[in-house]
Every structure is written in structure tokens, then in C-alpha cells.
Design a protein around this ligand. Structure first.
Ligand code: URA
Length: 207
């Protein structure tokens, strides 16, 4: 097993017993991640919902089925990508994560991004996009392009739950964003000795 896989397993074990915020009291399972820890493509969602909380896996409900479908349309299987959320425990009633919950959880995501080391990161919805891209602009305006981010490409898109609510226009724009992801993954990475040495963990990924 590679050292990154081992470290991710250790991190997952730490998350499984985490009590850093009050969500520990109401969760059924910590939802750490799913998929390939050596993936070129990583998704960052918002927070587990009720299905995820029951099964301990991210994106296994209706939004997850749509994510799987959009991936399938660009020829990628769910097991070939890595999927995580900004926070690892379900907020009661699926309310938005609170700033203190995001703060308490963000080292897990920071380490996941660093250890998986994907070439392309897709943020699903406003919460993940705001945390990673540090832009106070809504997803509707930010989506549709890739942003250079810590020697990677970051593609913000809608949360699949928004497509389930918002219908064909949102779905069509998500399809465009997934097509962009497919293009980025086909493009060989440019060698840049200066930024290639940058370690997002050391450099303070979310600062
Ligand atoms: N929504 C999310 O943001 N994450 C999940 O895991 C499920 C639904």
C-alpha cells in the first residue's frame, strides 16, 4: 500500500472518533470519503445527508445517483474518483454547515486534498466552492471555467441537489462543467518546477 493510502486510512480512523464539534452527538456515522485515494479527479461536496449518515458513505442518495450519472456521461466510473465533503457529519435536518463546524473539520479536507493529490478538483455547490476558492461570489457566476489552484485545476459547479430542484438548465450547465473536467483530464499536466514543489498543506490551502 502506498504511504498516502496508509495516511488516509489513519486520517479516516481519526475522523471516525472525532468529537471536535457538536455534530458528533447527533450523527450515526462519520462520512469520511469514498472512491480511489489515488484519483486524478476529486469531488468536494457540502455535508452528508440522511442516506449518507446512515450508510457512512458520501453521495449515496438521489444527489449521488445524479453525480454517478454525470460521471458516466463523460466515461468515468465512481470508483475511479475520490469523493469527500467539507464537513464529515450530517447537520440535523440537513441545515447548512455552520462556520464553527467547517473550521473544526477543515484539517481533514486539507489533508485529504494533500494526500490524494488530484489533478482536478470539482467543488459541488457554494459551500465547497467558497471554502476552497476564497471568492465571495455565487456558484452561478463562478461556474463554467477552471481556476488554477495550488498547481491543480479547480472546477466549480452546482451541487447535484440543485440540479434535482432546478431542472434542465442547471443540469445542462453541470454537463458543460463535466465536459470541461473530461477535457482537463485528457490534457497532460504542464511541468512547472516552481509550482510543482508547492505543498498545499504547508502553504495553507484555505488561507
Ligand atoms: N450532499 C453533499 O453535499 N454530500 C453528500 O455526501 C450528500 C449530499
Amino acid at each position: 500500500m502506498t504511504s498516502s493510502r496508509i495516511l488516509l486510512e489513519e486520517l479516516g480512523a481519526r475522523a471516525a472518533v472525532c468529537t471536535a464539534c457538536s455534530l458528533a452527538a447527533t450523527r450515526n456515522h462519520v462520512v469520511f470519503a469514498d472512491g480511489n485515494p489515488e484519483a486524478d479527479l476529486m469531488f468536494v461536496g457540502e455535508a452528508p445527508g440522511s442516506n449518507e449518515d446512515l450508510q457512512g458513505l458520501p453521495f449515496v442518495g438521489a444527489a449521488g445517483k445524479l453525480l454517478d450519472r454525470l460521471l458516466g456521461e463523460i466515461g468515468i466510473k465512481r470508483e475511479d474518483v475520490y469523493i469527500a465533503n467539507v464537513i464529515k457529519c450530517r447537520p440535523p435536518g440537513n441545515r447548512d454547515p455552520r462556520p464553527e463546524e467547517i473550521d473544526a473539520c477543515q484539517d481533514f479536507l486539507r489533508m485529504q486534498l494533500s494526500l490524494v493529490d488530484p489533478r482536478v478538483v470539482v467543488t459541488l455547490g457554494n459551500v465547497a466552492t467558497k471554502l476552497l476558492l476564497k471568492r465571495d461570489v455565487g456558484i452561478t457566476r463562478l461556474r463554467g471555467q477552471a481556476y488554477p489552484w495550488w498547481n491543480r485545476q479547480l472546477v466549480p459547479t452546482f451541487h447535484p441537489a440543485a440540479a434535482l430542484r432546478g431542472g434542465d438548465r442547471v443540469l445542462e450547465e453541470m454537463r458543460q462543467d463535466f465536459a470541461l473536467v473530461a477535457t482537463l483530464l485528457r490534457t497532460p499536466p504542464a511541468a512547472d518546477p516552481v509550482t510543482a514543489a508547492a505543498d498545499p498543506e504547508q502553504l495553507g490551502l484555505f488561507e
